[in-house]
Design a protein. Sequence first.
Length: 556
Amino acid sequence: MHNLTQNRELADLLFPDIQKTPEYYELLYPKRQLEEGAKVTRFAPSPTGYVHMGSLYASLVSERLAHQSNGVFFLRVEDTDKKREVEGGVSNIIRALSRFGISFDEGVTDVDDEKGSYGPYKQSERMGIYKAFAKHMVEKGFAYPCFCSEEELNKIRSRQEENKITPGYYGEYAVHRNFTLEQVKEELSRGKPFVLRVKVPNNPEGRFVFKDLIKGDVEMPENFQDIVLLKSDGLPTYHFAHVVDDHLMRTTHVIRGDEWLSSAPLHVQLFEMLEWEKPYFAHISPIMKMEGSSKRKLSKRKDPEADVSFYHEQGFPSISVIEYLVNLINSNFEDWRRDNPGSPNTSFKIELERMSVSGAMFDIVKLTDMSKDIVARMTAEEVYDMSLEWAEEYDSELWALLSKDEQYAKGIFSIDRGGEKPRKDIAKWSDVKPYIFYFFDELFERDVAEGYNFPDTIPADEVKRLIREYAKVYNHSDNKDMWFDRVKEFCEAMGYSKNVKAFKKNPGAYKGHVGDVAGVIRVAVTNRRNTPDLYEIMQVMGEKKVIERFNKVINR
Ligand code: GLU
């Protein structure tokens, strides 16, 4: 029905205030001057404030692809659904990501701030742009107003359900698709609200084939539904905003969750109608986890570890979480890490083609183990600084203890660190306090108040006797070998075997062996049966504290 002039008239009628043309915007946002192969990617969250592990994962993929190709990574806030917006949501997202070292070259930087010349980067500030392109679509005969009320749409759906055919607005059911200009004018004059719909070929048999950079070749039904582009309040749908924004912001790679895969045929149609170069698409499968013997999606509702703030609260170093995620992105990272133990993980080149199609399997135990390795390779200074920073926010008692005597605290963190086989006791900063508590009297007292952990096989009197006699021979200035020789000598004097083998051969001849004696000394000093090197512990504690610990047992 519509010829060119009629389309123009319709466009002016629907968008009387829109003067800017697509050409204007093309000039305003020119093609980016980047080196060949540079990728432009984005993270495009709704400002709900909540950051799911899957979002961190997707943003990491986008960030790495951009930066390893000397491209651009930007943050676009998709805030057209005001119902989902949470106060402070934008700042929360930015803070959460920056804690993991994810930073943007362009885009929203704070509630009212942004950087870059392809903005505004907040969709709510791009209304004029969407309308200009909506108007253009109408002019070209690719979009039309639909005046159907909710009730009318429901009726259409019931009819379709009765006839057992695909529900939706298309073909003969798209009642306003072929309205004449006069009919539209009449509806408008009655003040009827309208949505703007795309006019796509009605081809239910059509197939859509495309290459997804993660999923490979995908074949789906072609879109034949006249989907809404602008809602009745004038706000764009995700579909329309995505196409307009990613074109004007010159995104080369759209990397997003695979809940959008089924709309890709529509998005590609829109790119084609607008005669725009299509970006590459990569649809990420959701992160999975095992529950019993079955797999399910990592869930915001069920899994605390799905929320990225969990890692901050628990004190997982960001680098551990990032390394774990890089390993989830491409499993060959693990081999790379083995071959390049000292390199920053940014030197590892990620590849979309190697990502899991069925969904990466998340495992907090593995993350924890990786983190133990990473913390074990840190210096005592790094461990001190990071745990202090964590404690400042989450554990004021620990913070006070660590900051009271920095040298002492660093001495503690130096034990069994730096050698060939460093101990792997700390995965996260909340592990620090239970790990080092016995170095601090107030924490030690609290622990001992619940009872000493001396081995059950040694009677209380014998424990006292051992410690009383050991305190007499203990010499704080012994070096490590002298110290151990002295412990062995002491064993013999007390009726214990100085070596375990001899004891096992003839257990009746001894009260026990050196392990038992050292165990008693260890518990007296730390109230733990398993600790790092006992000699080092006593050296760091200092003579006074060691003697006090002995006396406490003796005077029980
Ligand atoms: N705002 C969309 C979402 O939250 C972004 C999807 C995309 O990256 O295009 O899922």
